[in-house]
Design a protein around this ligand. Structure first.
Ligand SMILES: Cc1cc2nc3c(=O)[nH]c(=O)nc-3n(C[C@H](O)[C@H](O)[C@H](O)COP(=O)(O)O)c2cc1C
Length: 223
């Protein structure tokens, strides 16, 4: 075979590899998870525990400095944002969780050309709600959320605050009107929860329902 023939064959093979990898990408769901400084960081922790069990999901994780502080105050979980190890947060490591520092505005998730299925911010502070509603992009969580909004990708915010002021409510209404899913950390009680785990699982199920990811964590109503 002459050089042209070899090149033709190689090009064909490369195209096949490219198509194959593209197919693999479509099978893999990339999700962004942000943990901010609202109370109940435990929701973010449970979410990651569940997502790491799904082999077809790649998580891009970022945590705000207030998020790290709240995790320390509430759960005595110490995460080092500069030398992050997933183990410090959920007790195991996973190659499918890719961490980005909140100040790394050059991270892939800061760009709309990096394809993802969307983003979850759990828990979401009122500060982050306000910044996202105002398009501030002051850290990577806010920028990634801004990207999801502009690219019409699913964005699920899990606010945790009570009572809610008019400022909070107006910001959430503004986001809801843009198509953002505002999913407050308000567990139901119709699945007869017996402990805190059951309450966490209820919210995590509701979050992942938004992405068509079934967790089988709770007994669904009349199913
Ligand atoms: C232990 C702890 C609990 C907090 N709980 C809440 C909360 O439930 N909701 C909220 O909006 N802010 C809460 N905050 C305040 C936020 O952390 C603060 O507004 C911060 O600036 C939010 O920044 P971030 O959105 O970038 O993480 C809490 C702070 C601490 C330390």
């Amino acid at each position: 075979m002459d050089i042209i023939g070899i090149l033709r064959k190689r090009t064909h093979l490369l195209k096949f590899e490219y198509d194959f990898l593209r197919g693999e990408f479509n099978k893999l769901k990339r999700l962004i998870v942000g943990i901010t400084g609202a109370s109940a960081g435990i929701y973010g922790v449970r979410l990651l525990e569940v997502l790491t069990k799904h082999e077809d999901i790649e998580v891009h994780l970022t945590i705000s400095s207030s998020g790290a502080r709240a995790l320390l105050e509430e759960l005595q979980i110490k995460v080092d944002l500069d030398n992050f190890e997933l183990e410090s947060l959920i007790g195991i490591s996973s190659p499918r969780v890719i961490y980005h520092h909140e100040s790394d505005i050059a991270a892939p998730i800061a760009s709309g050309s990096f394809r993802t299925a969307g983003m979850i911010v759990a828990p979401c502070s009122m500060g982050s709600v306000a910044s996202i509603a105002g398009g501030m992009s002051r850290n990577l969580i806010q920028r990634a959320a801004d990207v999801c909004i502009k690219e019409n990708r699913k964005l699920v915010l899990v606010p945790r605050e009570t009572p809610l002021s008019s400022i909070h409510l107006e910001n959430m209404l503004k986001l809801s009107r843009m198509g953002v899913c505002v999913l407050p950390a308000m567990p139901g009680f119709y699945h007869y929860p017996k402990n805190v785990d059951d309450l966490l699982n209820f919210i995590v199920t509701k979050i992942l329902d938004q992405f068509g990811i079934d967790t089988k964590l709770i007994q669904r109503w009349k199913e």
